[in-house]
Design a binder for this molecule. Structure first.
Ligand code: ADP
Ligand code: MG
Length: 723
């Protein structure tokens, strides 16, 4: 990019007007208009068919084939009335993306005419030729069959784009041999396992009526918006979603003047557009605000059943990206698009509950006396302690490694924050009997006109990766670009495991004659005696904690994806997933293979791009400037003016050093003989990444020396501050 183009881009951006804001419609008029909801089914299906579908939906069972035909016909009528010509089985392969295969409703008749057709069979099951999706060796190419099957618990919807309307059916994706090839299947299985174990515990607590227990999820999505004029001139943003080069601007986020500030007008119009689309799809977008970094924003929906929330989260990412394009932005979901500036996460708020007992993680006003809450909460504590490394592994990606452990995001050490009230209750449990809970209290602001407001019994702790926040846990280490499914699967699975252990222990003690209360207290004490080292209320960013966590408390500190992913292959993890019935050893191993390959491939792409950008963009710019500088110095010398050479020497030295490291990186990338994916990952983490960082260091040094009118890439200042 020449300097003129850069200047042009700046004026194009500043001249850009927001798209005309749509006339806001009433929420009731928008809500779920594009979803084939239960009430739409009720209106169009025979009574008995509807009853059967509704039952399946509520219990998560199998759809009766005899009703599938009627459902398909009603769904087709509804979709075609909205203009759909195609339908798609939508599924979630092991990438973080969403995949869909489109088929027309068209059916050619004997006489050459066509009718629209959509049978129960094609609604319920599809067969995309998905042989190119990552499967970690579960399917060899000659045996490439993969099936999709409708997940009735997630409603069908129509997706309207400028190119037409498509009926979308959320599905699972499995191999011909029945193995899960996607992110939805294990989520459904983990939810079912958790339901089974939770029901056992609730029954032991004396409840006779126990409705299906479901996990819930509310995912807060952080993202960056960069104007397309800048982003399109950054090959790194286009290909990898992050800047591989770029000197920090003089101003960063130190003034906190962006955080919760007034939302820029263009962004606001964009957000309204996004929210309208979400409402039409029945996604309850609720909160929006500026985030800490300049150009960073957040969107949070109201929480929903985990499976639906996960599908909706995928849709949200798609909507954000597509809508941004329309508004002249590029939406970056990468965890660390700009070095030195806060990255983006996706806090996954998670709880479990049902319609008869409510939220099982609700402590009430007197948690010390709430046996049900204490059991469920301690089950989570036990799970996080036993399987913290797994929680680290499910958020391990090449991009999230840039964020975890930096001083803005949770550390790579997984601990649990409870807040002072609960911490005290659990301490009492360890010492014998839980006898009291701190009161929530009130806050008197000392000004007559201000209300006295109720104060939460515990504060928040931003530095914890896994925090209890009042009536749910918030898993904060999840990356902004990730599917929430993996983390939800892990949380449901470890909870199912703990609850099963608790049910067994309670049954054992009660069979031996203990009354319920004594048995519960004994179980709670046993859990806390063993697992309290994972509870930590202090500063998770501090050096002392990192030392203490590892040396005194025996917690894992898995810094990179190369360290974390192999956890998926550990015997105790394989055994956990198999025992709980969420993933077979073959499925789990295939996941490790796929994720390891993704890690390697994404660094490979970045490294190649570092090399080519350094050679073909940064080096030429620096050399041109150097030649201009040195010929000027020489010319001036001829007429007797001595100009200091320092700057030219500095540029020359930086160019030389940069190209030396580029050569090293080129050579290092030539190594291909790795015995295992583990070895390959470690090589990329320990050798390739540091070399890439070194190239960047010199290149960013050059950005600080080379004349601005020679610099070929849009700068941090422009991308983050020109609006
Ligand atoms: P903060 O940024 O303060 O953490 P937000 O209001 O932005 O909070 O987001 C909190 C998220 O947690 C929302 O998506 C909200 O719906 C969700 N949430 C609230 N209660 C529960 C619950 N019981 N289970 C799961 N998610 C919940
Ligand atoms: Mg949060």
């Amino acid at each position: 990019m020449s300097h003129e183009l850069r200047v042009q881009a700046i004026s194009q951006v500043t001249d850009r007007k927001p798209l005309p804001a749509k006339v806001p419609q009433r929420l009731e008029a928008l809500w779920a208009t594009d979803v084939f909801t239960l009430s739409k089914m009720q209106a169009s299906l025979p009574k008995d068919v509807f009853k059967s579908v509704k039952h399946t939906l509520q219990t998560g069972g199998k759809l009766d084939v005899s009703v599938a035909g009627a459902v398909a016909a009603a769904m087709k009528d509804w979709a075609t009335s909205k203009g759909a010509l195609y339908y798609a089985h939508v599924f979630y392969p092991l990438t973080n993306a969403t995949a869909e295969k489109h088929d027309g409703f068209v059916s050619v008749q004997g006489d050459g005419s066509v009718i629209t057709e959509f049978t129960g069979k094609v609604l319920v099951q599809g067969e995309p030729d998905g042989s190119s999706f990552p499967n970690g060796g579960i399917r060899s190419t000659p045996a490439a069959r993969g099936y999709t099957a409708w997940d009735v618990t997630s409603p069908a919807y129509v997706m309207e784009t400028d190119n037409g309307v498509t009926l979308c059916i959320p599905t699972v994706f499995i191999s011909w041999t029945g193995e899960a090839l996607d992110k939805k299947t294990p989520l459904l299985r983990s939810n079912a396992a958790m339901n089974k174990a939770a029901t056992r515990v609730l029954k032991l607590l004396g409840h006779t009526e126990v409705a299906t227990v479901n996990s819930s999820c509310g995912a807060e999505q952080e993202y960056f918006l960069v104007d397309a004029h800048f982003a399109h001139n950054r090959p790194d943003l286009l290909l990898t979603g992050r800047t591989l080069f770029g000197k920090p601007a003089a101003k960063g986020q130190q003034f906190d003047d962006h955080y919760f500030g007034a939302i820029p007008e263009r962004v606001q119009v964009f957000m309204q557009d996004v929210e309208e689309k979400m409402y039409r799809l029945g996604i309850p977008a609720k909160t929006r605000h500026n985030e800490v970094a300049p150009g960073q924003f957040e969107l949070a929906p109201f929480f929903e059943a985990a499976n639906v929330a996960s599908d909706h989260q995928q849709l949200t990412m798609t909507i954000l990206k597509n809508t941004a394009k329309k508004h002249g932005f590029v939406c970056l979901l990468h965890e660390k698009p700009f070095a030195g500036i806060n990255g983006s996460g996706k806090h996954v708020n998670w709880s479990v509950g049902n319609s008869t007992q409510g939220n099982l993680l609700d402590p009430g006003d007197t948690p010390h006396a709430n046996m049900q809450f204490l059991l469920f909460c301690s089950a989570v504590i036990r799970g996080v302690h036993k399987y913290g490394a797994l929680l680290r592994a499910v958020v391990a990606t090449a991009s999230n490694d840039h964020r975890l452990g930096a001083n803005e995001a949770p550390p790579a050490i997984i601990s649990v924050y409870l807040g002072s009230q609960l911490e005290k209750v659990f301490e009492q449990i360890s010492q014998g009997q839980p006898e009291s809970s701190d009161h929530a209290g009130v806050m008197d602001l000392g000004v007559d006109t201000l209300p006295i407001f109720p104060k939460d019994p515990g504060d928040r702790n931003r530095t914890s990766p896994f925090a209890f926040t009042g009536n749910r846990f918030e898993f904060r280490a999840v990356g902004s670009g990730q599917s929430v499914s993996g983390p939800l699967v892990a949380m449901n699975t470890i909870l199912a495991d703990s609850l099963t252990w608790i049910a067994d222990a309670l049954e054992g003690k009660m069979t031996a004659g203990a009354d319920l209360k004594t048995a519960v207290h004994a179980v709670l004490k046993e859990i806390m005696d063993k697992h309290s080292p994972v509870v930590f209320g202090g500063n998770g960013y501090s050096e002392e904690w990192h030392k203490m966590a590892v040396e005194e408390r025996g917690l894992a500190n898995l810094r990179t994806t190369a360290d974390a992913l192999p956890v998926l292959k550990a015997d105790y993890i394989e055994e956990l997933f198999d025992r709980v019935g969420v993933l077979t050893p073959v499925e789990l191993e295939s996941r490790f293979d796929v994720y390891a390959e993704q890690y390697i491939q994404s660094i490979e792409v970045e490294a190649k791009l570092v090399i080519s950008m350094a050679k073909t963009i940064i080096y030429p710019a620096a050399i041109r400037y150097l030649s201009e500088l040195s010929s000027t110095i020489a010319g001036l010398k001829e007429i007797g003016i001595e100009l200091e050479k320092e700057s030219a020497e500095k540029v020359a030295a930086l160019v030389k050093s940069m190209m030396e490291v580029v050569s090293k990186l080129v050579a290092a990338m030539g190594k291909h003989d790795f015995a295992t994916p583990e070895e390959h990952m470690q090589y990329f983490a320990q050798t390739i990444r540091p070399l890439m960082d070194k190239v960047r260091e010199y290149a960013d040094g050059l950005e600080g020396e080379v004349a601005d009118d020679c610099w070929p890439l849009p700068t941090y200042q422009e991308m983050l501050f020109v609006k």
